[in-house]
Design a protein around this ligand. Sequence first.
Ligand SMILES: NC(=O)c1ccc[n+]([C@@H]2O[C@H](COP(=O)([O-])OP(=O)(O)OC[C@H]3O[C@@H](n4cnc5c(N)ncnc54)[C@H](OP(=O)(O)O)[C@@H]3O)[C@@H](O)[C@H]2O)c1
Length: 256
Amino acid sequence: MTRVTDRTVLIVGASSGIGAEVARRLARNGNRLVITARRAPELASVAKEIRAAGSACLDIAADALDPGAASAVVAACVAEYGSVDIALLNAGQGPDMSMDQVTVADIARITALNYDVVVHYLVPLIAQMKSQRDGGLIAHTNSLAGLMGIPRQGPYSAAKAAARTLIDTARVELAPHGIRFTSVHPGFVATDRVGADGLPKPFQVSQNRAARHVVRALEREPAQAYFPWTTTTLVRTLRALPTPLSALILRKLASR
Ligand SMILES: NC(=O)c1ccc[n+]([C@@H]2O[C@H](COP(=O)([O-])OP(=O)(O)OC[C@H]3O[C@@H](n4cnc5c(N)ncnc54)[C@H](OP(=O)(O)O)[C@@H]3O)[C@@H](O)[C@H]2O)c1
């Protein structure tokens, strides 16, 4: 395990929630942070906290749905600090969405919000890290919902599963270049954005605890990280059960 210190860290989706909390934690260890998201005022306020904690910080308001904007953020990071040592791709959103009400456009939107945003950063980051002597670490905030089709979260589950698969391939192909990939799979986390979405949230953990797990994953660089153990065990058990039984349990859990 190596403590994340004196590194250039790019966090995509750092204006609130888990990403902002990870940024605050890394700021205590003398890193150089580049934080990005769409909401400029929220981002500026996180950047102010980071600088007050003694770390350098560049905040760039940018929409990860725009591939050109994503490339420009990576380029700005390199122009400012010379490299991207660690990137945490954290932008994403999983609203309550049932398959009997969803539209094709809804699914396209959720896919873009959770998969395209990863792709738009992954490609320029791989190009950049290939040119760096020590490669780099690309981490993604996935979800335990990416491990199976969760009721009321179908399009989100599917997009996160696709992101995991793409990253799994990148990990195999890019190891010779020193580029490492970590997919972090949180269970339910009590962030402001999900507070009022009406979804049942068994074994929900605090934003602070989630950020602690993410930082640990950045330090240890496992291929996959899962937390909390309660929800992880629930999901693993559901995957091992016969489909009719797991479907029954999932339906019950979703209707709570
Ligand atoms: N909360 C949970 O229960 C939970 C569970 C498992 C996984 N996750 C995952 O954890 C990650 C963080 O979620 P969170 O709960 O901390 O919610 P959050 O507070 O909404 O964080 C999402 C971050 O991503 C940014 N973002 C969203 N779309 C973006 C875009 N198009 N371009 C740039 N930035 C964008 C948001 O900022 P702007 O709106 O300012 O752009 C925000 O900073 C997500 O990937 C989510 O899927 C969350």
